[in-house]
Design a protein. Structure first.
Length: 239
């Protein structure tokens, strides 16, 4: 059966919002105490959280199970530690993936004494449950500097991308120069998130930072960065 084409625009302010003393978090899908049975996922993407964490604060050690978790920092730095002995400082341009598998505990803290950290954390379901927990980080800044869309995380073996345990998903990212145009991947499910700057998406209009578009069998649409500012974009392509 052919999937009906759909363009579903979600504005930044329409997202669920969690505001704590140390955390300002916006959720694209149901998360934690925020639940809407009509907004739990898009394709294989279950979580897309837009988080700002204050200096010397963060998420204390907590568990995850059977999930592919990708973290992308927009500004500042985020320090990761986990029960498998992995440790890393994530910064803009460094892609990070944690495979929770049979179970892993980790913490995510802002190591700076002065600067907030702003990051996007995204979860997709794995294609195989019960795997050994794993971790990977990779600096792809040079690839991003070339322009266009770059595979950040892939279950399909893309060069210069971190590997996720899900063959049906790829995360693309772009730091688009002012006026630069790219084609959105043509896939059954596409989640486009405007991370920075402004964009114009064919069929949806202008997007500002924090806006998202859920595409269902919509084809390879044109996406153009604002002429004054350029833009940073994150695009999940899933089955």
């Amino acid at each position: 059966m052919k999937t009906a084409s759909q363009i579903d625009l979600r504005r930044s302010a329409e997202r669920f919002h969690t505001k704590l003393g140390w955390l300002d978090s916006w959720h694209s899908f149901s998360f934690g105490e925020h639940y809407d049975p009509e907004n739990t996922h898009h394709g294989l993407l279950l979580v897309s959280n837009d988080d700002i964490v204050l200096p010397k604060k963060g998420f204390a050690t907590h568990p995850h199970l059977d999930m592919e978790i990708v973290t992308w920092v927009l500004d500042g730095e985020l320090e990761h530690r986990d029960s498998e002995g992995h440790h890393g400082i994530i910064y803009p341009g460094l892609a990070q993936r944690m495979s929770a598998g049979t179970g892993i505990w980790h913490s995510e803290m802002n190591p700076s004494a002065e600067r907030d950290v702003h990051f996007i954390q995204m979860w997709v379901t794995p294609d195989t449950e019960g795997i050994k927990p794993g971790y990977q980080q990779l600096d792809i800044s040079k690839e991003l500097d070339k322009g266009g869309l770059v595979a950040i995380a892939s279950g399909r073996g893309h060069d210069a991308a971190i590997a996720i345990k899900q063959k049906g998903a790829v995360l693309w990212g772009g730091r688009l120069k002012p006026g630069e145009t790219v084609l959105v991947p043509d896939a059954r499910h596409v989640h486009l998130f405007a991370a920075k700057g402004g964009l114009e998406l064919e069929g949806a209009g202008r997007l500002s930072a924090g806006d998202a578009v859920r595409l269902t069998a919509a084809g390879a649409l044109k996406l153009t960065a604002e002429a004054e500012t350029g833009a940073e974009v994150l695009i999940w392509e899933t089955i």
